[in-house]
Design a protein around this ligand. Structure first.
Ligand code: NAD
Ligand code: TYD
Length: 339
């Protein structure tokens, strides 16, 4: 079995590759990644000498390159993680989000049609459903919830989902989609909430909380997401969407306080800054379908996962300090300098 993983030098893709090589040691994993600012080849060091692993630097929008790779590798399964993934960057400049997330996905699916595959899995996000109000804790996103994306990022992901479903219906491509809530864990790029707050707290820098800090996200430990995708690949039904989330809603401010507590840093570091434009209020997944059909349940409780994650960032300072000392400094200055 050959599995083509796109975007595997990023946060979730890399964790997925580690997971698959461990759980299916007989599978061949081919990873392609453009190595944008978010892709980091050093993350894949632990598997680079594994005989069942191959990496190639490739843009999913590069049709010729993608077709050549399909010709060479004849993948059985394609799992598409490759994407521009940060909402704030999409607000600053949507164009590359539309290019990679929409056009790139369609190029991959055209290659799948041309060469034939057993499964194309699109890694989607719960953000395609828009947001929920804070005062209706009874409401959750189900697979039937209409798409109502609010940011350039989430609307590009919603477009990709719709095109994937169109390829299923029109061409019979065996497509599945997972729509997962916010992930956290090792190797997350330090522009995202949890690693950014850990890095700033360790440097005794202000912790920039957007708006009133009461926005809610439904957090899932990355390995639980990887296991959900593995289950969908093997037992999920083509043409179906599976929501993935662990009923673990937390406000941003409570997460920031937890991190400060873990690190023994003072709450005086918390700084409220101008809100994100169009900031989604609350995300919350109803995972009943994936539980009922595939028996999936999250295994890592947030209290344990956040401890493990903080520990990982403490033990792997070189990984993220290298990132924040480079080009990322300009990004940080642009986004937070005058906020
Ligand atoms: P990430 O930004 O950490 O990684 C994205 C990877 O894709 C990077 O390695 C980057 O180099 C690569 N990439 C970008 N453009 C590319 C292109 N044109 N061709 C090839 N590679 C390219 O993102 P992540 O957090 O690991 O997210 C992975 C996927 O999961 C995305 O599709 C995202 O929408 C989805 N998702 C993320 C979350 C989350 O909480 N992080 C939740 C649900 C879904
Ligand atoms: P983020 O990690 O960017 O994920 P997403 O927006 O895709 O859910 O942000 C998570 C939440 O944290 C979101 O409500 C925005 C907020 N946030 C801050 O308050 N400060 C920050 O510096 C960042 C990066 C995010």
């Amino acid at each position: 079995m050959t599995v083509l993983v796109t975007g595997g030098a990023g946060f979730i893709g890399a964790n997925f590759i580690f997971y698959m090589l461990r759980e299916h040691p007989d599978y061949r994993i081919v990873c392609i990644d453009k190595l944008t600012y978010a892709g980091n080849l050093s993350t894949l060091k632990p598997v680079e000498s594994n005989g069942n692993f191959r990496f190639e630097r490739l843009d999913i929008c590069d049709r010729q390159g993608i077709y050549r790779l399909f010709q060479e590798e004849k993948p059985d399964i394609v799992v598409n993680f490759a994407a521009e993934s940060h909402v704030d960057r999409s607000i600053d400049d949507p164009s590359v989000f539309l290019q990679t997330n929409i056009i790139g996905t369609s190029v991959l699916m055209d290659a799948c049609r041309e060469y034939g595959i057993k499964r194309f899995h699109q890694v989607g996000t719960d953000e395609v459903y828009g947001d929920l109000p804070l005062d209706r804790p009874d409401l959750f996103f189900t697979e039937q919830t209409p798409l109502r994306a609010s940011s350039p990022y989430s609307s590009s992901k919603a477009s990709a989902d719709m095109i994937a479903m169109a390829y299923h219906r029109t061409y019979g491509l065996p497509v599945t989609i997972s729509r997962c809530s916010n992930n956290y864990g090792p190797y997350q790029f330090p522009e995202k909430l949890i690693p950014l707050m850990i890095a700033n707290a360790l440097a005794d820098k202000p912790l920039p909380v957007y708006g009133d800090g009461l926005n809610v996200r439904d957090w899932l430990y990355v390995e639980d997401h990887c296991r959900a995708i593995d289950l969908i690949l093997h037992n999920g039904r083509p043409g179906e969407v599976y929501n993935v989330g662990g009923h673990n809603e937390m406000s941003n401010i409570s997460i920031v306080r937890l991190i400060l507590g873990e690190l023994g840093k003072p709450e005086s570091l918390i700084t409220y800054v101008t809100d994100r434009k169009g900031h989604d209020r609350r995300y919350a997944i109803d995972p009943a379908k994936i539980h009922a059909e595939l028996g999936w349940l999250p295994e890592t409780k947030f209290a344990d996962g956040i401890k493990k994650t903080v520990r990982w960032y403490l033990d792997n300072r070189e990984w993220w300090e290298t990132i924040i000392s480079g080009e990322y400094r300009n990004y940080y200055e642009k986004m937070y300098g005058n906020r």
